[in-house]
Design a protein around this ligand. Structure first.
Ligand code: ADP
Length: 196
């Protein structure tokens, strides 16, 4: 079974495109959502986060996401530290999940695959891309957020050009090029690779 990443900047449409692959019976692992769940619930991760950031991370036993976000937003070293705890746990969860799937290939969807080393454990990478102004409009509409807040989230991510260099397949989701034919083309290519 091939393990393929699907990534893209916020608002590129990677979740939307991921659902198109799901319609084709491709199992999709939502790594960013899984990371949030693990941070809140996984006993080993909770212990490591408490050791690194103090008991205030889980007041009354429940994750204080805002407290932790405040720490890592201001401090790149703290962010790295948190990632070094959460990312390996997500990779382990992905490996376990993938072993349970019966499919020629599976997708791991994450905004953070390139640059975090996450792509190294994968057999390939699909990039979903869209112009920045369109991404901005989409996220403002989706999250009911203002431009400033969305731009701050975009600025914390890698630029799409950096992701493009690591991608084996690019799907352009710019409201101009039809997306479904591109998805079908990538799907066929991956099926062929998986059965080679
Ligand atoms: P990401 O997961 O990359 O942040 P999403 O898949 O959530 O992006 O897409 C952002 C928003 O744009 C969502 O509200 C989604 O419904 C919309 N969207 C994405 N791609 C398309 C498309 N091809 N046509 C219409 N709406 C789209």
């Amino acid at each position: 079974m091939l393990k393929i990443g699907i990534t893209g900047g916020i608002g590129s449409g990677k979740s939307t495109v991921g659902r198109m692959f799901q319609v084709l019976d491709v199992p999709v692992f939502e790594a960013d959502a899984e990371g949030k769940r693990i941070l809140a619930d996984d006993p080993d991760v909770r212990a490591a986060v408490t050791a690194a950031f103090g008991a205030d991370a889980y007041p009354q036993g429940r994750l204080d996401r805002h407290h932790l976000a405040g720490i890592i937003f201001a401090d790149p070293v703290a962010r790295e530290k948190l990632n070094a705890i959460v990312h390996p746990a997500v990779r382990t969860a992905f490996g376990r999940w993938a072993a349970d799937q019966e499919a020629p290939y599976v997708l791991m969807a994450s905004a953070l695959l390139v640059g975090s080393g996450g792509a190294r454990a994968l057999d390939g990478l699909v990039l979903v891309t869209a112009p920045e102004t369109l991404r901005l409009q989409r996220v403002m509409a989706r999250d009911d957020a203002d431009e400033h807040a969305v731009r701050a989230r975009m600025a914390a991510q890698l630029q799409e050009e950096e992701m493009r260099a690591a991608a084996d397949h690019v799907i352009v989701n710019d409201d101009r090029r039809p997306v479904i034919p591109q998805v079908l083309e990538v799907h066929q290519a991956l099926l062929q690779r998986a059965t080679r």
